[in-house]
Design a protein around this ligand. Structure first.
Ligand SMILES: Cc1cc2nc3c(=O)[nH]c(=O)nc-3n(C[C@H](O)[C@H](O)[C@H](O)COP(=O)(O)OP(=O)(O)OC[C@H]3O[C@@H](n4cnc5c(N)ncnc54)[C@H](O)[C@@H]3O)c2cc1C
Length: 261
């Protein structure tokens, strides 16, 4: 069975450390300075702006919603061993992002053994697993048979289930990456795409903990959860919107007792 792999190809840690914080700071600072961007860049390059100062301004600007500033930095990933179920969801993201995906027209698959993703819920249930295995083997065998009969790969692929794997290159700017992680790191997101973005976050953290920490479920930024399936509040990252409003109303009426000590 196929194993999901995610690798950040660009930037390297050195490039991220040398340019990424600096570029976003440059974008922010240009808006509030008489200096030309090249002058600000010169000051950054000459070490006249401390890292903490850059991070402080970036954090303030991002919190204020001035998000064009974080469109200046990009992250390129290699993604492999994911299902077409996942890629179908992934490529719905349209803005500030580019994909290139392995073609099922031009690639004729010779090795179909590793070509499927099996969900854990199926793998852990012997009867479901047997059924999955049976259909997986049948569809792989039928695909090979059609190819042998001279059917083009672009038509033989119609036999593949959604579990079939695919590989992609994904390049995305930070603004869009924060947006996507906001949706896809939610504990209620579909498991495979959530797993993908956990790996994406880990990769970004390895080159830039400062930007990596911005990749969180959107409820973290917003302070409440608007997922309909969390009305009971079982996900405890943030309270459901209705609960948050209730607490706010109590606070407004002065009914909240502050804990001492
Ligand atoms: C939990 C969950 C369940 C989902 N269920 C379904 C489903 O059942 N069926 C289904 O079809 N899809 C479903 N989707 C996909 C969803 O509707 C979006 O297509 C997908 O999440 C892409 O996000 P986005 O629209 O924010 O696009 P992005 O390309 O990531 O856009 C980023 C932001 O840019 C802005 N933007 C982008 N394009 C436009 C535009 N044309 N006009 C105005 N503003 C724009 C919006 O503010 C948008 O949020 C689901 C997504 C999630 C997270």
């Amino acid at each position: 069975m196929s194993e999901m792999q995610v690798k950040l190809l660009f930037p390297t840690k050195e490039i991220a450390e040398q340019y990424y914080r600096q570029l976003v700071y440059l974008a922010c600072r240009t808006c509030y300075s008489e200096m030309k961007p090249e002058e600000i860049w010169g000051r950054i390059q000459n070490g006249k702006v401390r890292d903490e100062k850059m991070e402080e301004l970036i954090a303030k600007v991002v919190a204020s919603g001035h998000h064009s500033t974080i469109e200046h930095i990009w992250f390129a990933f290699s993604i492999s061993g994911v299902s077409r179920t996942l890629s179908h969801q992934l490529v719905r993201h349209r803005i500030g992002i580019a994909f290139d995906q392995q073609s099922q027209r031009y690639v004729q698959f010779k090795n179909t053994d590793d070509l499927f993703v099996e969900p854990e819920s199926i793998a852990q249930n012997p009867e479901a697993h047997a059924l999955f295995e049976e259909l997986r083997a049948k569809s792989a065998e039928a695909y090979q048979k059609l190819v042998q009969l001279g059917i083009p790969a672009e038509d033989a692929r119609f036999l593949f289930p959604q579990a079939v794997t695919t590989n992609l290159v994904m390049t995305v700017n930070l603004r869009e990456l924060i947006h996507i992680c906001g949706l896809r790191l939610c504990t209620l997101a579909q498991w495979e795409i959530r797993r993908l973005f956990k790996k994406v976050r880990k990769e970004v953290m390895a080159v830039s903990p400062f930007f990596g920490r911005m990749l969180v479920p959107h409820c973290v930024h917003e302070g409440f959860c608007n997922e309909l399936n969390n009305q009971d509040g079982h996900c405890r990252i943030r309270p459901p919107l209705t609960k948050a409003i209730e607490v706010y109303e109590k606070w407004r009426r002065g009914e909240l007792v502050e804990k001492s000590g």
